[in-house]
Each structure stands twice: as C-alpha cells, then as structure tokens.
Design a protein around this ligand. Structure first.
Ligand code: SAM
Length: 193
C-alpha cells in the first residue's frame, strides 16, 4: 500500500530491504498481511495472510489464503505454525496493550521453536517536526523485483524503538536470536523457546 503522501507528512530517508526466502514447514502466518502483502509475494500459497481490514486483503496479490481476522485475537489453535511474520504491521497497531496482545497471540499459535520474523520502524526519537504523520519510505526487493512503497501513520504517543518492541516480545515469551538494520528500520528474528 503506497500511502498518499501529503506535503506536511514527515518522510524518513528511504530504506531498502531485500526480502530473502527463508526455510519454513507448513503454512506461514502473516499478521497484518494486507496492503502490499510482501510475505505473500515471497511465499505465495504457503502463506495464510490475516488482516482485520478486508479492503487491505483485497489489495494484496493473489497466492496466500486471505482471512479477515484480528491479530489481537487469532482464531487458530495453539501451536499451529512453525513460522509467523509481521512486516511493518505492528506500527499500525496504535495501543501498546494491543501490540502486546499481538505478540502474545503470535507466541500462542507458534509451535515450540517456531519463529516470528518481525520488521518495523524505530521511532525511539521523534525528529523535530510539526507534522502529524510519518512515512516509512521503503524499497523492497524480492528476487529481481524492486518495489517502492510507503507506510504511514500518526506519530505514536510514546517513543517506540527496537528496545520497546524487544521488551514487548520478551513479555510475550519470545527470545531474540538475530537483528538487522536498514536506516531506522529493523528486523528481529524472534524465537518461541
Ligand atoms: C499496511 S500493512 C503493512 C504492511 C503489510 N504487512 C505488507 O506486507 O504490505 C499493515 C496492516 O496491518 C493491519 N492491521 C493493523 N492492526 C491489525 C490487527 N489488530 N489485526 C489485523 N490486522 C491489523 C492493517 O489493516 C494493515 O493492512
């Protein structure tokens, strides 16, 4: 989903992510998988994409099984998946308690040893700006295909950096095993131990 850029929005410097294939067994659960549906583009029919906005799922490319569902209250049984993903989805969840619910639900539906692949934006320090919204300006590469997009939201009320997200993930029961950065955006490899 390319957000409509408003001249008054604060746009972070463009970042580029190569979305590399990863090993997985069974279905991959993509949380907030509408919009660009990046993980669906990477893994196609192996993906179950859930999003609570039907129009976002309709916008996403064909391939995954798309289900309208709230990530705060997943309808799957415990220990259903080896892998889950959240690609710039948690930045769209406004309340901290709801973000924690999403992490807890992801943990619940993952099998022991399962992985949550998590990408998001670090806003531990808000830049000096009067703008009400920020945009993450992203180029993502899947194989040879490069796509430009923007993910935008109002500024969160509290600073939300990598430490903030790691703490929420830890509270939910995840252990971090890997981190990568591109500009002020990050990837965390979170394991249900
Ligand atoms: C714009 S997308 C971000 C990127 C998306 N993962 C992609 O690959 O393009 C974020 C999505 O998260 C969804 N979302 C936000 N809160 C949610 C929730 N509680 N449950 C399910 N989906 C949610 C939004 O509707 C939105 O479609």
């Amino acid at each position: 989903m390319m957000e409509k850029l408003d001249k008054t929005d604060y746009v972070f410097p463009q970042v580029e992510w190569e979305i590399r294939d990863f090993d997985s067994e069974g279905y991959i659960l993509d949380l907030g998988g509408g919009g660009e549906g990046v993980i669906g583009q990477l893994k196609g029919k192996d993906v179950i994409a859930i999003d609570f906005r039907k129009e976002e799922l309709l916008e996403a490319a064909e391939g995954p099984l798309k289900i309208v569902m709230d990530a705060r209250e997943l309808k799957f049984l415990d220990e259903s998946f080896h892998a889950a993903t959240a690609f710039f989805s948690l930045m769209y969840v406004r309340k901290k308690e709801d973000q924690l619910k999403v992490f807890r639900e992801a943990w619940r539906v993952l099998k022991p040893g399962g992985v949550l692949h998590f990408w998001d934006v670090d806003i531990s320090q808000k830049p000096k700006t009067d703008s009400k919204h920020f945009i993450v300006h992203l180029l993502y590469r899947i194989g040879e295909k490069i796509t430009e997009t923007g993910y935008g939201m109002p500024w969160p009320e509290e600073p939300r950096g990598i430490d903030y997200y790691q703490e929420l993930a830890k509270q939910a029961g995840f252990q971090k095993s890997d981190t990568a950065w591109e500009g002020n955006t990050f990837y965390l490899h979170l394991v249900k131990s």
